[in-house]
Design a protein around this ligand. Structure first.
Ligand SMILES: N[C@@H](CCC[C@H](N)C(=O)O)C(=O)O
Length: 267
């Protein structure tokens, strides 16, 4: 049996499993345990490795078994679990997208408010050409993992005559992005507020994304002149971003909640 913890951040849910239980079956475990109807169900699995020197490293696998560089919400879920189970108020977590530090801002176990340092976002305007659709203007944003951000002004986040879910799927899996990309549809509401929808690489539409929040905010700050301190509202709730300048580290603040612990049969 494999022990797991389940946690979520604004509905973006993760299983946390100690790395030593993975036994090189990360991708298979992700596909099996993330299945919504036949297993525990989640958007991804964070495998938590404890190094002999006390450092932590996270490997993130999406529900389809693909490995991503990192997750902002998943990292925060792990920080919440380490706060709940081991009393850690400040933790540094290595990821393939860089080191991420998390600080507990408010604790009401099992619910935590956490501020994370999310690295320096890189924003590049780009227009892509999609079959049957034509030119789609947006921005490629790297926040440790890849995002394509489109600005929309529709109430339902549709663009180019397609729903955001349909267009998101086409962009996410386009050969223009050989490693795939996460996709965000962003509406600027005011100089201090954006609303957005997320189509995630490796799992499809999600109610929230930590890196998606950072990518959407960075694009809005760099390209739309909104304030450097933003509230970013997704279907699952709001998170706060602060990015003092284009070459500065972005800080992300949002909730994470421990849902349950359990054991599940190995493959
Ligand atoms: N939900 C995440 C992002 C998870 C990884 C993503 N699907 C990818 O493949 O890059 C977040 O909160 O950042």
């Amino acid at each position: 049996m494999i022990p797991f913890v389940k946690a979520h951040a604004c509905g973006n849910d993760f299983l946390i499993i100690e790395e030593n239980f993975a036994q090189r079956r990360h991708a298979d475990l992700a596909r099996k345990l993330c299945a919504r109807n036949t297993s525990v169900g989640a958007d991804g699995i964070e495998f938590l490795e404890r190094k002999p020197n006390g450092e932590f490293f996270l490997r993130l696998f999406n529900a389809d078994g693909s490995e991503a560089e990192l997750s902002g919400n998943g990292t925060r879920c792990v920080a919440a679990w380490l706060a709940s189970s081991e009393g850690k108020q400040h933790v540094a977590l290595g990821t393939h997208g860089g080191l991420r530090t998390c600080q507990v801002v408010k604790a009401a176990d099992p619910l935590y408010l956490i501020e994370s340092e999310m690295g320096v976002p890189r924003v590049m305007q780009r227009t892509i050409e999609l079959p049957e659709i034509g030119n789609v203007a947006g921005a490629m944003v790297n926040v440790g993992n890849p995002h394509f951000v489109l600005f929309v002004d529709t109430d339902d986040f549709s663009a180019h005559g397609k729903s955001w879910q349909d267009l998101g799927a086409r962009i996410s899996t386009s050969p223009l992005f050989p490693h795939g990309t996460n996709v965000e549809f962003v509406r600027v509401i005011s100089p201090t507020e954006i609303a957005f929808r997320i189509y995630e690489r490796g799992c499809g539409p999600t109610t929230s994304s930590g890196t998606g929040t950072c990518a959407s905010s960075a694009a809005a700050m760099a390209l739309r002149g909104v304030e450097r301190s933003l509230t970013a509202i997704a279907e699952g709730g709001a998170q706060q971003t602060v990015w003092p300048a284009n070459d500065a580290v972005m800080r992300l603040t949002g909730p994470a909640e421990i849902i349950c612990r359990g054991e599940v049969a190995a493959l």
